[in-house]
Design a protein around this ligand. Structure first.
Ligand SMILES: NC(=O)c1ccc[n+]([C@@H]2O[C@H](COP(=O)([O-])OP(=O)(O)OC[C@H]3O[C@@H](n4cnc5c(N)ncnc54)[C@H](O)[C@@H]3O)[C@@H](O)[C@H]2O)c1
Length: 331
């Protein structure tokens, strides 16, 4: 910690997503950005143009040098997907708390190892799943995973985006998969977290549509007790990003339409449909960065945990294996 108690944060990756984190962290009185790392000097230059208060921070091209020399209390990792694991392990190894962008890692074994290391080192690991901070989804988590409407027996969900697999996203060795492992992972994660279901079998088709990675996916899955679900990921769509889901429980049908803070929520019970407007409650964490710093300071606990990271990667891995083999895969 800095002498005044601020959490000293190093940024590993300074591209598009990292700049959101940099902007938020620079505004937090309890946190202090201390270093920028990117293999591209141009990316760092563009990042400090967007966040000028970071212009004087030490710059590194290798996060291992930064971790050794700066010894940050915490890091925020926003680099291509298959590189997450080594960056997490190196950071935890140096005693730094980790907020890692999604997907946490690209393999089930890697996810277990992250959890093991986190527990061994007694550090915070949080994943950049921002839907965990959105009132609508928190309401679903509280009431559906919380069991208010009885067990869940059916789920349908979809997401669409004009997703082209640009740059590293189209290179499987860096992305670990296409649109399902990218934006689609948000939908997978939030369904698992907000309903509490644990799929035990998936059967999927994926189409690359001219890319080296999947662009469109259809996924069917089973979960206990006699539960069924469908997820459609459409990476080849028009400009607007959109998504929705319906969850059938014993006592209600829950319908969520739209993205993040703009999402609407309707609960159908018996013959009535009620729109719920969950307030952004004052006790909710504001976003993943605020929750991360508060968790390090012992004022909160991570809302998107490494366990959520594991559940998402377990599901996505099974989908990829099913689509490749043409057969259902048990989880
Ligand atoms: N939560 C969200 O809604 C959201 C949105 C966009 C991206 N993301 C995630 O953020 C991460 C980064 O995506 P992005 O859109 O910012 O990509 P980006 O291409 O804009 O930035 C990635 C940066 O990582 C750098 N990099 C590559 N290898 C590196 C290494 N070994 N060490 C340090 N830097 C390295 C690149 O030079 C680049 O500047 C991904 O995990 C992505 O899925 C999340």
């Amino acid at each position: 910690m800095a002498q005044n108690g601020e959490v000293r944060v190093g940024f590993i990756g300074t591209g598009g997503r990292a700049r959101w984190h940099m902007e938020r962290v620079t505004k937090m009185p309890e946190a202090q950005p201390v270093a920028l790392v990117d293999t591209s000097a141009d990316a760092i230059a563009a990042a400090v143009q967007k966040v000028p208060s970071c212009a004087e921070l030490p710059r590194y091209s290798d996060y291992r040098d930064m971790l050794r020399e700066v010894r940050p209390d915490a890091v925020i990792i926003s680099i291509p997907h298959t590189l997450h694991y080594e960056a997490i392990v190196a950071s935890l190894g140096q005693g730094a708390h980790v907020l890692v962008e999604k997907p946490m890692v690209c393999g089930v074994g890697e996810a277990h190892e992250v959890i093991r290391l986190r527990d061994e080192k007694r550090l915070v690991v949080s994943v950049g799943y921002q839907r965990h901070y959105v009132g609508v989804w928190r309401w679903v988590h509280e009431h559906v995973a919380g069991g208010r409407f009885g067990p869940v027996h059916f789920i349908e969900a979809w997401q669409c985006q004009n997703w082209g697999g640009n740059g590293w996203r189209g290179v499987p060795e860096l992305s670990g998969g296409g649109q399902l492992n990218d934006s689609g992972g948000h939908l997978v994660d939030i369904l698992l977290w907000s309903t509490g279901i644990r799929p035990n079998e998936v059967a999927a088709y994926q189409e690359n549509r001219g890319l080296r990675v999947d662009r469109n996916s259809v996924i069917s899955f089973r979960f206990p007790e006699e539960g069924l679900g469908n997820i459609s990921i459409i990476g080849e769509s028009q400009r607007k990003f959109d998504e929705g889901a319906q969850i059938w429980c014993r006592d209600a049908r829950i319908r969520i339409d739209g993205m993040q803070a703009a999402a609407s929520l309707v609960v159908h019970k018996d013959r009535a449909a009620e729109e719920i407007l969950p307030e952004q409650r004052p006790d909710y964490p504001v976003d993943e960065d605020a929750n991360f710093i508060a968790s390090i300071l012992g004022r909160d606990v991570p809302q998107a945990t490494a366990e959520s990271g594991l559940e998402a990667v377990r599901f996505i891995d099974a989908v990829q294996r099913s689509a490749q083999s043409g057969t259902p895969v048990r989880l």
